[in-house]
Write a protein that binds this ligand. Sequence first.
Ligand SMILES: O=P(O)(O)OC[C@H]1O[C@@H](O)[C@H](O)[C@@H](O)[C@@H]1O
Length: 244
Amino acid sequence: MLGLPEPITACLFDLDGVLTTTASVHMAAWKQTFDEFLRAREGSGYRPFSQDDYDQHVDGRPRADGVREFLHSRGITLTEGSADDPSDAQTVNGVGNRKNDLLLELVKERGVSAYPGSVRYLEEVRDAGFAIGVVTASQNAEAVLAAANLDQFVQARIDGIVVADQGLRGKPAPDSYLAGARALGVEPARAAVFEDALAGVEAGRAGAFGFVVGVDRVGQAAALREHGADLAVTDLADLLTTVP
Ligand SMILES: O=P(O)(O)OC[C@H]1O[C@@H](O)[C@H](O)[C@@H](O)[C@@H]1O
């Protein structure tokens, strides 16, 4: 029993925070990046980047969208710059590159692991014969999936690189999930979306997916439901005992 309603035959999983424990690593890299940025701009009285800032403005969105959205919330607008901007450039790309440098350092230091409950769930989904896709804003998804030994489960991957190459709108727009469903050859109504980000459950709802599971890792179950989750669980293995 996968805890999913009858018509579902495919599962589209977000990666960071749903399958792997890397959401907290992204959060740490963003916090260091934005705190350095704000301190340099506003001095020691700056308001630090918080978990709430991450949840509202950054989580689930493509890297540059996260930079823009968060800085906008603080009344700051930067020029875009270009992809090869140095990481100290005061541009959207420069700030994003600083964050990526820090993320890669942290991933190297801490390693990447999968949630044991998510691995159990993936095994059950695979054994039930359901199609499996990963839909993530991250441009580092291929390496993270491989490091966590999860690539064996994945039949289609729509990641930050595909999103940029195909000119898709990032989450909360439904485009990347719709591309995931297309890649698996299923109608959205027959696919379930699994998301820990508010922008991600919004994307699932906007795409009219058959079922949206909110995965609550930071105590935001009610907000996940408000933004589009049909159900919120704290671990994917909880679904194995849930009858919808
Ligand atoms: O910077 P990356 O690896 O391309 O990731 C982009 C975004 O990917 C999402 O999966 C994370 O939730 C965000 O925190 C992150 O900012």
